[in-house]
Design a protein around this ligand. Structure first.
Ligand code: G3H
Ligand code: 13P
Ligand code: ZN
Length: 318
């Protein structure tokens, strides 16, 4: 058992408080590999931003849970080496599906976990989230719960329509579970083909904030699917038709409210794929992975910096 504090990581509590008071949101970027992690840390250090490194169940299976935790520990040291004296880095489990997964992550140094019971009947979601919170809080690990269902595919769960969060449920949920932050459904969805009903349901967000003043709110499915990256991918042999994301000005507006964590994964995947496809198309004789993963890393870093500075506003907050 290793505690996150011994790895130099932090939980989300203070970070979210400052973000709500300061009118910005913390970036929660998913990572599965070294290049993504390097790009995230480089961007966070250069912009002086706190950051949440997110690991999904799929990432744990792909990269190996033990390696990921050492990479996160390495991320803290890497940030210091890059000149950041006091990095604010959270290692977070994204879409935890069982108590056991959350427990295992907490035991291996995660400072924050999400228990996603959003697809369960309300009472079961409450019971599962409460169980995780009671365990996590013994180690000062913070917990994100979710109410409402995002349209699209989340791991094995498929939902055809958004089920917006019901503001009348949130006080009961937060009180009974003791969770530290709440992911809500206001029209975002996962992946690069969003069911966009622009604008987002800001009336639902307003309703939630009225019920839970000052409580940390989380938005999943918040990639914007930059057209530039989609065009590059399609130009160099890809086939991403009708890919669409959440407009950045809507996210900017959300970041100024109690939304203090914004999840972005697909945009990084697009930035990586676009850069790799370009190298493959322009230099077909190239076969050194560093020659295509290097440009991929640079392109992801550019994307992360753009999100931090121009969308979430978390720069210069360390
Ligand atoms: O919300 C899902 C994240 O984008 C993680 O995706 O489960 O394919 O790693 P993944
Ligand atoms: P995107 O697919 O929009 O990047 O959302 C990622 C996410 O919500 C991770 O939990
Ligand atoms: Zn998500």
């Amino acid at each position: 058992m290793v505690n996150y504090k011994d790895l130099g990581l932090v939980n989300t509590r203070e970070m979210f408080k400052k973000a709500i008071n300061g009118g910005y949101a913390i970036p929660a970027f998913n990572f599965n590999n070294m290049e993504q992690m390097q790009a995230i840390i480089q961007a966070a250090v250069e912009t002086k931003s706190p950051v949440i490194l997110q690991v999904s169940k799929g990432a744990r299976q792909y990269a190996n849970a033990t390696l990921l935790r050492y990479m996160a520990q390495g991320a803290v040291e890497y940030a210091k080496e890059l000149g950041c004296a006091n990095p604010q880095i959270v290692l977070h489990l994204d879409h935890g599906d069982t108590f056991e997964t959350c427990k295992s992550c907490i035991g291996s140094g995660f400072s924050s976990v999400m228990i996603d019971g959003s697809h369960l009947p309300y009472d079961e979601n409450v019971a599962l989230t409460k169980k995780v919170v009671e365990y996590a809080h013994q180690f000062d690990v913070t917990v994100e719960g979710e109410l409402g269902v995002l349209a699209g595919v989340e791991d094995d769960v498929v939902a055809e329509h958004h089920t917006y969060t019901r503001p009348e449920e949130v006080v009961d949920f937060v009180t009974k579970t003791g969770c530290d932050s709440l992911a809500i459904s206001i029209g975002t969805s996962h992946g690069a083909y969003k069911l966009v009903p622009p604008p987002l349901a800001f009336d639902v967000l307003d309703g939630v904030m009225k019920e839970l003043p000052g409580f940390p709110i989380v938005l999943h499915g918040s990639s914007s699917v930059p057209q530039e990256e989609v065009d590059t991918i399609n130009k160099y042999g890809g086939k991403l038709e009708a890919a669409i994301g959440i407009p950045e000005d809507e996210l900017r507006k959300a970041a100024k409210s109690a939304v203090c964590k914004i999840n972005i994964d697909s945009d990084s995947r697009l930035a990586m794929t676009a850069a790799v496809r370009k190298v493959f198309a322009e230099k077909p004789a190239e076969f050194d992975p560093r020659k295509y993963l290097g440009p991929a890393r640079d392109n992801m870093k550019k994307l992360y910096e753009h999100k931090i500075v121009n969308v979430l506003g978390s720069d210069n907050k360390l």
